[in-house]
Design a protein around this ligand. Structure first.
Ligand code: COA
Length: 171
């Protein structure tokens, strides 16, 4: 039988459970991060959704409508950011459903959806998910803190080292 999860817009009532869930697995995603996301959502620069499985917080995703990554900023490409599904809830289709939700909102404003994926092992699953969903590298190289990295340069392989990818979502 299919697990029943649902995705809806993030609200302030979601914040304590979300922060507690990440704290319990040792990830630094404090209430202040989600408060900032909700403030940006209220200002119209970000949209955020949460997924629940049997009423338990399972993950979230956001769309940044004003990304700072230079290529997306220049082309006005909305950026899917911070897709996360808590480990016990993975491989049930929740990540894909959150991605589809973000794309469904983006398609109302843009032909193309963008995202940045990290290159260290914490992103192994995400890399597969995005390629299977049809995302291709944007052809601009990789960035560290939004700055393009040159051939031969030494860069720390952390969350700021990203490959940005695109998917045409409108035929
Ligand atoms: C990436 C992530 C959101 C995927 O969430 P999820 O709910 O497990 O995703 P889905 O169940 O929809 O999986 C979709 C597909 O991705 C691929 N995938 C996901 N996890 C995988 C794994 N452990 N091994 C191989 N492929 C995997 C598979 O193709 C999978 O489809 P399948 O289960 O039918 O084979 C989750 O692993 C996560 O939160 N990772 C850490 C945070 C992260 O990297 N976020 C992305 C930021 S850019």
């Amino acid at each position: 039988m299919m697990d029943s999860f649902r995705v809806r817009s993030m609200s302030s009532a979601d914040l304590p459970a979300a922060a507690a869930a990440f704290s319990s697995i040792g990830w630094i995603k404090p209430v202040t991060l989600f408060e900032r996301y909700l403030a940006e959502q209220a200002a119209g620069t970000r949209s955020c959704w949460v997924a629940h499985l049997e009423a338990v917080f399972a993950g979230y995703v956001t769309v940044n409508w004003k990304p700072t990554y230079p290529f997306f900023a220049e082309k006005r490409i909305p950026e899917i950011q911070d897709l996360n599904v808590l480990p016990p809830f993975r491989r049930k289709g929740i990540g894909t459903t959150l991605l589809v939700q973000a794309e469904a909102e983006i398609v109302t404003r843009s032909d193309v959806a963008g995202l940045g994926v990290g290159l260290h092992p914490g992103y192994n699953n995400a890399q597969r998910l995005y390629v299977k969903d049809g995302y291709v590298p944007d052809g601009q190289g990789v960035t560290y803190k939004d700055r393009y990295v040159r051939e031969g340069e030494l860069v720390r392989l952390d969350d700021d080292f990203l490959l940005h990818m695109l998917r045409r979502i409108r035929p």
